[in-house]
Design a protein around this ligand. Structure first.
Ligand code: SF4
Ligand code: SF4
Length: 221
């Protein structure tokens, strides 16, 4: 899933303080799972903002709605009839949803309510960790299912580097060395011979550093 965290309310207030009618739009997918932009977070934020503006003596209308997804035309259409009633929209979707909303409703200012962080997993309640950077050419088959692109601080493909100590990354002792994890997993799978194979140079042109990417699948068009 895409992991995001709530923006500080001060930052949100700064974004929207000039408007009188604001619609907060949540998303039922990833941001619900990581507890930053689902229906519950929309309700909590809406209450906090109403309270803030009331205390400021300002008459600001805050409404709320949560869509199934904000990265899909079909669901964004659900607010077409209501969006013109608002001066601004605060989207609690990930950056993808915020942009798609802004592309669809060009006359309404759209503001982000969360900081989108990475693609990852729920490690445990309240802790999410990164697993994939969408590099466009998955090499997990060669690395025992552990991604050196997202989990090695130096993104090296023939590790570990000289800084790995007692299984921890030199960047932070709280982070496991991805290459130690890869070696341990290969050992467990009886595939340590694979570790002797030098990994070929990766084609980074498929990665996002090569510019915005597009996936076209003729079979589902
Ligand atoms: S190798 Fe690339 S596609 Fe595969 S998990 Fe890592 S970043 Fe994601
Ligand atoms: S210590 Fe391990 S995870 Fe950290 S940069 Fe070096 S090889 Fe990568």
């Amino acid at each position: 899933m895409i992991v995001a965290k709530k923006k500080p309310i001060e930052e949100i207030i700064d974004e929207i303080k000039g408007y009188q009618k604001i619609l907060i739009v949540g998303c039922n997918e990833c941001v619900t799972v990581c507890e930053s932009g689902g229906k519950k977070e929309v309700a909590v934020l809406a209450s906090a903002l109403r309270m803030y503006f009331l205390n400021q003596g300002k008459d600001v209308k805050i409404d709320e709605v949560t869509l199934e997804r904000q990265c899909d035309h079909e669901y964004l259409e659900e607010i077409r009839k209501m969006i013109d009633q608002f001066d601004a929209v605060l989207s609690l979707a990930c950056g993808v949803g915020v942009q798609f909303l802004a592309e669809k409703y060009t006359r309404t200012p759209i503001y982000p309510g969360v900081d989108t962080s990475f693609m990852g997993v729920t490690q445990e309640r309240g802790i999410w960790t990164e697993r994939c950077q969408g590099c466009g050419q998955c090499i997990l088959a060669r690395t025992a299912g552990i991604c050196p692109v997202s989990r090695c601080a130096k993104r090296i493909f023939n590790g570990p580097c000289g800084g790995s100590t007692k299984g921890k990354c030199e960047i932070s002792r709280e982070i496991d060395c991805a290459w130690q994890l890869i070696i341990d997993r290969l050992k467990e799978l009886g595939r340590l011979d694979d570790y002797e194979q030098i990994q070929p140079i990766k084609d980074w042109s498929t990665e996002r550093a090569g510019g915005p990417r597009k996936v076209v699948r003729e079979d589902v068009r």
